[in-house]
Design a protein around this ligand. Structure first.
Ligand code: AMP
Ligand code: MG
Length: 318
């Protein structure tokens, strides 16, 4: 069922059911963090490996100390600046946070989503929500109710309709190690934005092999079923096309070529935010077109262009 009724969602969640909920990043599959059965269902529905922990969602910064402990000043500063918003903080967990949320780790990932319906829902519940992206493990994250429904119409009782996600990329995950501020996942907030707030550089530790702290940073992720190739120069790549049905995923220039079966331009204005907003839906659209493969254009390497490139790399043939 797709519904805008927040109280219905409250009822399901209070009874330990899983509900898909809107956030500003992508739709999440939400459950009570203190209900092991609900959390087990989230992992089962997503087919997500148990060593991949979940993000805890709270509705205001005052609740942070009930979820995390030993919070560094710099974390408070980031929370004050970016919450509600797409920034996830990785902190030492409070004793009452269950191990099945953190995959047995001493750390917990936590954020305040910037979506009025998610905030209202959390305010009406007396527990935080775990809410990983509402897609089967390894598939593209959903930014619309229709996409959630096409993944899980048989598995979940309710999708809470909050419209299309206004950011369209996951949250940026940040942790703290001594004096260092470490970005474990590139997301909707750029490293440059974080660095402006903290007044120093961040470290990027976001590949599985060098990131024991944040499992789930799999190199292959967010992938369409159709093969995708990420290229620096689309015109050069077009010259080597040897198949009938090839699609293009482009940043701003609408390349015309008779060899191309379908193309999507993410932002003809050249706006990275707009491109991020369109990205996952465009990947879904191309994936449904029976293409032989997709050629994706690499984005400029600054701001959330770096995040988009990271997502495209994980979605592409390496
Ligand atoms: P998703 O819920 O699909 O947006 O993915 C959440 C990601 O957050 C996981 O893949 C982990 O990399 C990261 N994460 C969540 N909780 C923790 C934790 N306690 N320690 C380290 N990383 C975490
Ligand atoms: Mg995910």
């Amino acid at each position: 069922m797709i519904s805008k009724d927040v109280q219905k969602a409250v009822g399901f969640l209070n009874r330990g059911e899983v509900v898909a909920i809107p956030t500003e990043t992508v739709y999440g599959l939400a459950g009570n963090i203190f209900d092991k059965k609900a959390i087990d269902s989230i992992y089962a529905i997503k087919k997500r490996p148990r060593n991949n922990p979940l993000i805890v969602h709270i509705n205001n910064v005052e609740k942070l100390s009930s979820v995390a402990s030993e919070i560094p000043d710099i974390a408070h500063k980031l929370a004050a600046h970016f919450w509600p918003g797409p920034l996830t903080l990785l902190l030492k967990k409070q004793v009452n946070i269950p191990d099945y949320i953190t995959a047995g780790k001493p750390t917990v990932a936590v954020r305040v989503p910037d979506h009025p319906i998610a905030i209202q829902l959390l305010a009406d519940l007396d527990f935080p929500l775990a809410a990983p992206s509402a897609n089967p493990f390894g598939r593209i994250s959903p930014t619309t109710v229709e996409q959630v429904d096409s993944y899980f119409s048989n598995e979940i009782k309710m999708v809470l309709d909050g419209g299309r996600c206004k950011k369209g990329l996951e949250s940026t995950i940040v942790g703290f190690e001594g004096e260092d501020v470490i970005v474990y996942r590139l997301g909707s907030i750029s490293r440059e934005d974080i660095e402006r707030v903290i007044g120093k550089k961040t470290l990027l530790v976001n590949k599985e092999e060098n990131s024991p702290k944040a499992p789930g940073m799999l190199l292959k992720h967010y992938a369409p079923k159709t093969k995708m190739y990420l290229v620096d120069n689309v015109n050069t790549a077009i010259q080597t096309i040897d198949k009938e049905r090839v699609g293009l995923l482009l940043f701003k220039e609408p390349i015309e070529n008779p060899k191309i079966a379908h193309k999507i331009v993410l932002s003809s204005a050249g706006d990275l935010e707009e491109a991020a907003y369109q990205l996952y839906e465009a990947m879904q659209t191309l994936d449904k077109m029976n293409l032989d493969y997709i050629i994706a254009e690499r984005f400029p390497a600054f701001g959330i262009g770096n995040t988009i490139n990271d997502k495209l790399e994980r979605a592409s043939v390496q």
